[in-house]
Write a new protein. Structure first.
Length: 187
């Protein structure tokens, strides 16, 4: 049995957290890791017990939703709430952090930021991370990899499509399945 690599494991956790986001503008997840252990996690959301953007719509001021607390901030605040040290730890985020989160990450003593997607990477954030000696690394992450049987499923479907063709099935239908397959599996 093949074991999932650490980067993929923690990045998958951040992507799962992003699925809990309550703001419709961007679904972000963040996982704080120390010594290969998850110590905190967060997603884009309102304060506990507050209205959710998904129910009430976003509260937009100057083109920003002011209702939500960013995933990275929520993860750091979880550390604060429960008295868990965030120094000397790493953060895995689905998207490159915004300027505010960048400053909080540096100040909380995070040593490495791993992110999956570029998102308006602010030059000042990049500069601040550099000045503070915080390493920033992009991690290749395939969202399909959360499905551990992804490869076998894809292979089975391509096999079935080839068999349908070999049996002389209606080409229009076969190519429709083929297109659906490509959409589902990002092939
Ligand atoms: Zn919102
Ligand atoms: Zn942010």
């Amino acid at each position: 049995m093949e074991r999932i690599a650490w980067h993929q494991y923690f990045m998958a956790q951040s992507h799962l957290l992003a699925l809990r986001s309550t703001c419709t503008r961007l679904a972000v997840g963040a996982t704080i890791v120390r010594d290969k252990r998850i110590i905190a996690g967060g997603y884009n959301g309102s304060i506990a017990g507050g209205d959710h953007c998904i129910d009430e719509g976003c509260y937009v001021i100057d083109n920003h939703c002011v209702r939500t607390i960013h995933a990275e901030m929520n993860a750091l605040l979880q550390c604060a709430k429960f008295g868990v040290g965030s120094g000397q730890s790493d953060i895995y985020v689905t998207h490159f952090p915004c300027l505010q989160c960048c400053k909080a990450i540096i100040q909380a003593g995070i040593t490495t930021v791993y992110y999956a997607k570029d998102y308006k990477n602010h030059p000042y954030a990049i500069q601040l991370f550099e000045q503070a000696g915080v390493k920033v690394e992009k991690v290749q992450f395939d969202e399909n990899s959360i499905d551990v049987h992804h490869r076998e499923k894809a292979d089975m479907i391509t096999g079935m499509i080839a068999d349908l063709r070999a049996c002389g099935a209606d080409e229009e239908k076969v190519s429709h399945y083929e297109q659906e397959y490509m959409k589902l599996f990002n092939e």
